[in-house]
Design a protein around this ligand. Structure first.
Ligand SMILES: Cc1cc2nc3c(=O)[nH]c(=O)nc-3n(C[C@H](O)[C@H](O)[C@H](O)COP(=O)(O)O)c2cc1C
Length: 339
């Protein structure tokens, strides 16, 4: 077979993740369970199980189940701000995981040490250059830059800016990029800029193998990019990691929850830590209602702005095929314009 242009761009990410193609299906709470993760892995990409707020025994079962469905490497995504996170960290010690992705907020050095001591490779998100430096100093093996266009919990900075602030400044570490990416054509330009691979969530959420409720998928297919908005933080006494989702009743309810919690904080009837747990529990519960029960009105429809680019339900193999083909075509097109 002819050598493809894309092969040389895939090399770093492919070797780091030990997969055929450095396309990460980002972990999505309630959605990234064994079926989707194994489908992505079996199609040559990198699938990540979502730790979310899953009870440790269930997460452990899910890891086992995924391993039965694929012999390819997978990642496990742990959310540092999830109420169950301390228990997940205990679990990690007992499981031989290949890759751990820390999400939510930023892990402590000893947490990265703890995971690396088990033999797993560690990926961390970096939303600024100083955080990127800190995560690498703590021992992260690779970074993920996720722009604020992404679905789910998001930072404040768009991918375009993160590319210039972080990717361009750190050339010798595998850096995966995501947020608003849904096509192979844009992926090609990420590789040209130095990314080791791309991470996509929203596009895979509507894959045939995704267990998300049909109402959830249909709403994604109908949605326009501008409908995927992020939640504001009302007061610094209650820090809120913004969540990007398709606007619906859940946004209003979350606003009300913030106001109620702020009042309780003022009256000192709730501890700050418990108030923050309530915020996290709200999103995990609301996401479950949308993904599992199909309640698209008051459930949370976490989606990236890339939702405006998603227009059909198709098998993971087809999504992968299209992304790979379009990446190669775009690289060829760029090459032709340079000659
Ligand atoms: C429904 C949904 C749930 C998500 N849950 C998580 C999660 O549990 N952990 C995480 O690190 N990222 C989570 N994300 C972010 C994705 O892993 C991925 O980085 C993001 O979707 C990329 O941007 P895109 O949506 O534009 O493709 C979630 C995204 C979506 C759409």
């Amino acid at each position: 077979m002819d050598q493809k242009l894309s092969d040389r761009f895939y090399k770093t990410g492919k070797e780091f993740l030990n997969v055929d193609y450095p396309i990460i299906c980002g972990a999505m709470t309630w959605i990234s369970e064994p079926n989707l993760v194994a489908a992505v892995a079996n199609a040559g990409g990198f699938g990540c199980l979502a730790g979310g707020n899953t009870p440790p025994d269930i997460l452990s079962q899910q890891i086992q189940e995924t391993r039965e469905k694929t012999d390819k490497p997978i990642g496990v995504n742990l959310i540092t701000i999830a109420p169950v996170y301390p228990e997940h960290m205990v679990l990690v010690k007992d499981l031989k995981l290949e890759y751990v992705i820390f999400a939510g907020s930023f892990p402590r050095e000893r947490e990265i040490d703890q995971v690396k001591a088990t033999g797993a490779k560690v990926l961390c998100f970096a939303s600024t250059l100083s955080i990127a430096d800190r995560m690498l100093k703590y021992g992260a093996d690779a970074l993920i830059l996720e722009g604020s266009e992404a679905g789910g919990h998001v930072g404040h900075v768009s991918l375009n800016v993160l590319l210039q602030q972080v990717l361009f400044k750190i050339p010798d570490v595998p850096i995966f990029v995501g947020g608003g990416l849904a096509t192979g054509r844009i992926a090609a330009h990420m590789y040209l800029m130095g990314a080791a691979g791309v991470q996509m969530g929203t596009r895979f959420a509507v894959a045939k193998e995704s267990i998300a409720h049909i109402n959830f998928k249909k709403r994604f297919i109908k949605a326009k990019a501008r409908e995927a908005i992020s939640t504001p933080q009302y007061d610094s006494r209650l820090p809120v990691v913004a969540v990007r989702s398709i606007k619906n009743k859940a946004h209003k309810e979350f606003g009300q929850l913030q106001l109620d919690l702020l009042k309780q904080l003022e009256l000192e009837t709730i501890h700050r830590h418990d108030a923050q747990n309530k915020v996290e529990e709200f999103w995990m519960g609301a996401l479950r209602r949308a993904v599992v029960d199909g309640d698209i009105d008051s459930g949370s429809l976490m989606a990236g702005q890339s939702v405006g680019l998603v227009d059909k339900i198709e098998p993971v193999s087809e999504i992968m095929r299209e992304i790979l083909e379009d990446t190669e075509t775009e690289l060829q097109r760029v090459k032709d314009t340079l000659i």
